[in-house]
Design a protein around this ligand. Sequence first.
Ligand code: OAD
Length: 251
Amino acid sequence: MSLTSWIQINQMEQAVRIRSRISKASSIAVLTGAGISADSGVPVFRGEDGLWRSFRAEDLATPEAFRRDPALVWEWYNWRREIIATKSPNAAHHALVRLERRVSSFKLITQNVDGLHGKAGSVNIAELHGNIWKTRCTVCGEVSHNFDVPINILPYCLKCNGLLRPHIVWFGEALDFADIEQSLDALQTCEVLLVIGTSGVVQPAASFVSAGKKGGACVVEINLEETPNSCLADEVLIGRASDVVPLLIGQ
Ligand code: OAD
């Protein structure tokens, strides 16, 4: 037997084992990162073609950057809106919708701001880093949906005329307390935790895998490569999310 077929058979056996574990679980949590949307054509942040190779986060994704040059920051989010607006959820996003409909307790925790999980039909989502299709008033705090592409580079609040910012959690900012609480609750009580397409280097999401592990979950990581999360996972499946996730979840 060739090495390639040996690896293929072993991966298939592993997939069958995980599929059975998932089908028996009544509580499942899922943590996703940019890798799940990469197969839809949304750029990831790290790695060879990652956004942070060409752009500096300090100039574009911090409260200081927005105070210094709000038009530049809005330009960057406008550019990302233009890309994301043309993309659709892929087979992995859709498989997670089927999974949510099947299990009695389900929580999808995502670091992605592209809104593709919601577009696919997932309901119980914690968008840890916010949503690119929402704005927040810097004066009155009002959060609104805004799907304009292109967006007016300096948009203002309809209520109080304050400057609007993207409803995104930037570096140095705190995450929404309710999102963290609900996520930790799901992580500590789930039977299976799927960790899909995240590099596992940004806190607090990076520590969520150990929270799931400590709670007794069977941790399954799906990624193109090993990550700092891999040593905590019970199963590591190397492959594209849009190929692997539907295989594990089924119809
Ligand atoms: P990263 O860009 O850091 O990591 C993407 C991960 O997805 C890597 O581990 C890749 O190997 C993996 N990957 C790429 N393509 C894949 C595919 N087709 N199938 C499976 N895996 C794939 O993205 P995140 O971990 O989401 O925050 O980054 C976390 C946060 O850092 C982001 O939310 C963003 C960023 O700075 C903010 O902007 C606040």
